[in-house]
Design a protein around this ligand. Structure first.
Ligand code: HEC
Ligand code: HEC
Length: 492
């Protein structure tokens, strides 16, 4: 009896709260008067914004508040680890930050010499730093590499892929920016860099910037069934706004080259990378060690460049050390990286910066109302994870982890697993407040441009972007409301 009374009271209080929010939005001209419909049918909310935009404000144009200052709020261990788990985290972090050399198996072709060099902003595990380490790396230790035109000191860290081979078949693979040529310890190794200029002039060159790995252990632990249930949710709004999306079901062997490969696969949902091309942090670590740094390992055993004059250590370059009787010390590099990333805490959002608490909370609602949340799902939950700190946790990632057709404007014409040339994973937006470069190729540092970049009409190769109607909704907001949304994004 007592519980029932309590429940009634809570329900009553909640409705008051909802009523209050709705009245507030209504007063600002954002929502129409039909409260019941408004609160039960998200489609109506979206329509309301379209039909009754607030045109009364005489605000200055909304603008991206820029990278949020203050402490990083990221880079530490997730709350709730055991002392032993913390040991794995710390050992993993040290290896993630360690700078590798020829004696460690670096190269013969690579993009840089440490994981943390690319995953740096605003702390180890993040994204591109403000100063691109690839510029200095070109001549490090006697290196004679030319810095390609798309690598600049104040630009984003970039890896390059070619869309096609010279015979017209699909390539899709990473072509490294650096080589061992001229470097200490690599005498006799002379390699030509890829011809990026020709590839660019043939429209055959695309770029990718690093994605952050804060909270990645939580993303690792979201069950496939949760992703599929979320895909099915809000169907009518998604249909109305043309938002689709599908999971990237992993096809083994297609992650690097984009070519089909007849190996079997387990058919589960891949989730990491710009095209959700890799299933787990361990797989991504194995691939990154080989692709970004040229260090072969237990998962990727073959050197990508096998010029016999350029092999200076045994293969694979880094494996579990069977002579070391203890963990985590004896673990191979990729296991250490994976532990670090699994145990890395999610970024901490700000409640009041930039723009103040009420602007941010208004922006949070608008993010849902205009339809951003149809792809950028604010929250998903982990399952019954073996690691207690990751078990049944709310994951505020702002992504559905599905790939969406984003139109010719963003298309890179690279196929990865089930992801087509114009399809990308909804970028998780947590930590956005302290990210410098946006979109898969780092084409902009301005949030407004990142939003407008979602919109493009179809052409003869690709259909229109699934986000077109949602961007139109955003554009209908008045400048004050746009500012609220931008403030919210930079609070993340
Ligand atoms: C030269 C820069 C560079 C280096 C060095 C580098 N990465 Fe990355 N990292 C990237 C880029 C670029 C992407 C996005 C790749 C893509 O999706 O095509 C990425 C993506 C990732 C992701 C996917 C995260 C997500 O949620 O999408 C993981 C995990 C990762 N890197 C781990 C590592 C590890 C571990 C190392 C060291 C062995 C490493 N990276 C070294 C550039 C780098
Ligand atoms: C149809 C699904 C979809 C909708 C709707 C959508 N997004 Fe996105 N968003 C994506 C995808 C996919 C990417 C990655 C695109 C790329 O990099 O090529 C992305 C990237 C972003 C980025 C860049 C993140 C980064 O790390 O570079 C921002 C910011 C962003 N979205 C904000 C928004 C906002 C704000 C809205 C609503 C106005 C919105 N998005 C609506 C799918 C969507």
């Amino acid at each position: 009896m007592k519980t029932i009374t309590q429940v009634t009271l809570i329900v009553f209080l909640l409705s008051l709260l909802v009523l209050g929010i709705a009245t507030l939005l209504q007063a600002q001209g954002l929502l129409p008067t039909d409260l019941t419909l408004l609160l039960t049918d998200p489609t109506i909310q979206l329509n309301a914004v379209m039909l009754s935009p607030d045109t009364t404000a005489t605000a200055s144009p909304a603008r991206d508040p820029g990278v949020r200052g203050g402490p990083a709020g990221a880079g530490g261990a997730i709350v709730g680890l055991t002392a032993r788990e913390l040991e794995f985290f710390n050992t993993g972090q040290a290896d993630f930050e360690s700078v590798e050399a020829v004696a460690d198996g670096l190269g013969p072709r690579m993009n840089l010499d440490s994981c943390a060099g690319c995953h740096a902003q605003p702390a180890t595990g993040g994204t591109s730093p403000s100063v691109n380490p690839q510029v200095g790396f070109a001549s490090k230790d006697g290196g004679t590499d030319r810095v390609p035109f798309f690598i600049t000191l104040n630009g984003p860290v970039r890896e390059a892929r070619f869309k096609f081979n010279t015979d017209g078949t699909r390539d899709g693979g990473v072509h490294n920016t650096a080589t061992l040529t001229g470097r200490a310890g690599a005498a006799g190794c002379t390699l030509a860099q890829p011809d990026f200029d020709t590839a660019a002039s043939n429209n055959n060159l695309i770029f990718r910037i690093p994605t952050p790995v804060f909270g990645a252990g939580l993303i690792d632990q979201i069950p496939d069934r949760v992703l599929l249930a979320n895909q099915a949710a809000n169907a009518s709004s998604k249909q109305q706004f043309g938002v689709g999306g599908h999971p990237n079901l992993a096809v083994s062997g297609r992650t690097i080259t984009g070519r089909t490969n007849n190996n079997g696969n387990d058919g589960t949902i891949a989730r990491f990378g710009w095209k959700a091309q890799n299933q787990t942090l361990l797989v991504f670590s194995g691939e990154a060690y080989n692709v970004e740094m040229g260090i072969t390992n237990e998962l990727f055993q073959q050197e990508r460049e096998q010029d016999p004059n350029c092999q200076f250590v045994t293969l694979p370059n880094d494996v579990t050390d069977t002579n070391v009787p203890t963990t985590p010390a004896g673990l191979s590099g990729i296991e250490k990286f994976a532990f670090f990333q699994r145990f890395l805490a999610p970024p901490t959002p700000s409640t009041d910066t930039p723009g103040g608490a009420s602007s941010i909370s208004q922006g949070r609602k608008l993010f849902v109302i205009v339809g951003c949340a149809l792809c950028h799902t604010p929250m998903l939950t982990t399952g019954n994870s073996t690691v207690a700190a990751l078990r049944n946790q709310a994951v505020n990632l702002f992504s559905d982890v599905l790939v969406h057709a984003m139109g010719p404007g963003l298309a890179d014409n690279i196929l990865q697993g089930g992801a087509q040339g114009d399809e990308f994973r909804t970028a998780p937006l947590w930590g956005l407040g302290q990210r410098i470069f946006f979109l898969h190729d780092g084409r902009t540092t301005d949030l407004l441009q990142a939003i407008q970049g979602h919109k493009s009409a179809g052409d003869s190769t690709f259909g229109p972007s699934e986000a077109n109607a949602v961007v139109d909704n955003f554009n209908r907001l008045n400048e004050n409301r746009k500012q609220d949304l931008l403030n919210f994004l930079r609070s993340l």
